[in-house]
Write a protein of this length. Structure first.
Length: 165
């Protein structure tokens, strides 16, 4: 005969599960450092470099969105939500009070379809760059970069496959 599940037992199981999930999300502050081979100070310096590089990548992508929207304002309805997300990602990666400059201005194709296709390729390159940076990142930064990379891949998909619909 099976014992019915009570609220107390369900609460105990869910608390144990939550504790197990939280234990799996470490902050990398243990004695081995962020990647198990670096000291805490070295890992923090590496994280700052990775974060600045990723912020620059996102700012460059943001410049691409701005250039495309300036050249092809008719694309604004479709591109503004994606541009807003890229701007938020760049702000988070840049952090409070950390100035990070982007690179040279972006040129955009005269044909709107070709311009959106170029933007999709830029989104994919940015996503790939964020994924490539995961290896040297602290666990917290790695989660952030993975999230930004996933969003970039989704943007690239929407820009390429969304254009066909």
């Amino acid at each position: 005969m099976r014992t019915p599940t009570t609220r107390r037992r369900a609460l105990a199981w869910s608390t144990a599960a939550a504790a197990g999930l939280l234990a799996g999300c470490s902050d990398g502050s243990g004695p081995a450092g962020s990647a198990g081979t670096e000291t805490g100070s070295t890992a923090r310096k590496a994280a700052v470099r990775i974060r600045e590089s990723s912020a620059r990548t996102s700012l460059d992508l943001l410049a691409h969105y701005d250039a495309l929207l300036k050249t092809h304002p008719a694309e604004a309805t479709r591109l503004r939500p994606l541009r807003t997300q890229v701007a938020r990602q760049a702000d988070v990666l840049r952090g409070e009070g950390r100035p990070v400059a982007g690179r040279a201005p972006v040129t955009v194709a005269a044909d709107p379809r070709a311009a959106v296709k170029e933007l999709a390729a830029a989104e994919q390159r940015a996503s790939d760059a964020h994924l490539a940076a995961l290896g040297g990142a602290t666990p917290e930064l790695a989660r952030l970069l993975a999230s930004v990379a996933a969003a970039g891949a989704a943007h690239a998909y929407l820009l390429t496959n969304g254009a066909e619909r």
